[in-house]
Design a protein around this ligand. Structure first.
Ligand SMILES: Cc1cc2nc3c(=O)[nH]c(=O)nc-3n(C[C@H](O)[C@H](O)[C@H](O)COP(=O)(O)OP(=O)(O)OC[C@H]3O[C@@H](n4cnc5c(N)ncnc54)[C@H](O)[C@@H]3O)c2cc1C
Length: 302
């Protein structure tokens, strides 16, 4: 794979380049071998342009948000990982909507909405991903989800470049969006929120955060709830009633605090997590006749 030429083009348009970038440093699980190349773009709108540079060379591309819903192979990732550096980028008010670039942390968006007296994103405050990752996943918590407030999204598609996708074309379902179907790169999103008093919004945000701290093993690396919620059940409750709380494979463990979380207790490999997840799927199927499906995206070399 010839990475030097496209890497040089990326450098010339202001991107940062890292060869053999350890993905354990870029995922909340703290697991994963090296990506052949990590390209950090200074602006989410450039993600599509950078993707097309590698597409032309037929180099596999992965879009990375904050790496909080990913399990990366111990053998790493073939090709290029593209990430937006949005440290200095602020959300903004546009025509009564709150607009935000894809690479911005969700937390920053929630705080901006609160400070401007806009309610509706409180549920998302403790979700540790980016706006792009949350739109892509239709992330949700505490009976709220992105589809409740998302008005439109901007995304790069291979065949059309950057386009605005209106609400009715977003195909938002449970942890699903049109961007999964059409390989769209979310570069920005606009949210329709309701006016409210910042102090009241803040109280709700802090209450959701308190409930997370109380119920979730935030002191350990993880990718959040490992499995999707099966219809009519909770994955954590099924795992717990199969007596699997605390079950360990290598450094991976079913959290004692919340059985829906697989945590990295130190030095866990992707292989440990996969073996543990397979065991959970089998036992839950045997005991409850329910098929658990991972919510976490497995990525990288087999
Ligand atoms: C402690 C903890 C708690 C969590 N709680 C919740 C919760 O309450 N609810 C919830 O829904 N999730 C939760 N998660 C999971 C995760 O934070 C969400 O799924 C989040 O939306 C992922 O965003 P990200 O930017 O980290 O995406 P990543 O993990 O980087 O990527 C996830 C997927 O999205 C794709 N992607 C990322 N950015 C883009 C983009 N701009 N365009 C196109 N594709 C993109 C990636 O290619 C990948 O397929 C939690 C995770 C942790 C660690």
């Amino acid at each position: 794979m010839q990475l030097d030429k496209p890497a040089d083009i990326c450098l010339s348009i202001g991107c940062q380049i890292q060869k053999n970038a350890p993905m354990s440093e870029h995922t909340s699980f703290r697991i994963g071998g090296p990506a052949d190349l990590l390209v950090t773009v200074p602006d989410a709108a450039k993600m599509g342009q950078v993707k097309s540079i590698f597409d032309k060379e037929e180099i596999p591309v992965l879009i990375l948000g904050n790496g909080t819903n990913m399990l990366v192979s111990d053998k790493g990732i073939e090709g290029v990982v593209i990430k937006a550096d949005a440290q200095r980028i602020q959300p903004e008010l546009r025509d009564g909507l709150v607009f935000c670039q894809g690479g911005v942390p969700l937390k920053k968006l929630c705080r901006f909405a609160r400070d401007n007296g806009m309610s509706g994103l409180e549920f998302a405050y403790g979700i540790p991903g980016t706006v792009g990752g949350a739109v892509y996943m239709n992330a949700g918590a505490f009976n709220g989800q992105m589809s409740d407030v998302l008005f439109w999204a901007e995304a790069y598609f291979d065949d059309s470049g950057i386009v605005r996708v209106e609400q009715d074309k977003l195909n938002l379902g449970y942890r699903h969006s049109v961007f999964m179907e059409k390989r769209g790169v979310v570069t920005g999103a606009a949210f329709l929120l309701k006016p409210d008093i910042p102090e009241k919004i803040d109280l709700r945000m802090e209450e959701f955060m308190r409930r997370r701290r109380e119920k979730q093993p935030l002191e350990y690396p993880s990718a959040g709830s490992f499995f999707k919620r099966p219809k009519g059940f909770f994955a954590g409750a099924l795992i717990e009633s199969s007596g699997l709380k605390g079950k360990t494979v290598g450094g991976a463990q079913v959290s004692e605090k919340h059985a829906g979380f697989i945590i990295n207790t130190g030095g866990a490999t992707c292989n440990d997590v996969q073996r543990l997840a397979d065991a959970l799927i089998k036992c839950v199927m045997r005991d409850h006749q329910v098929m658990l499906q991972p919510e976490v995206c497995f990525i990288g070399r087999e």
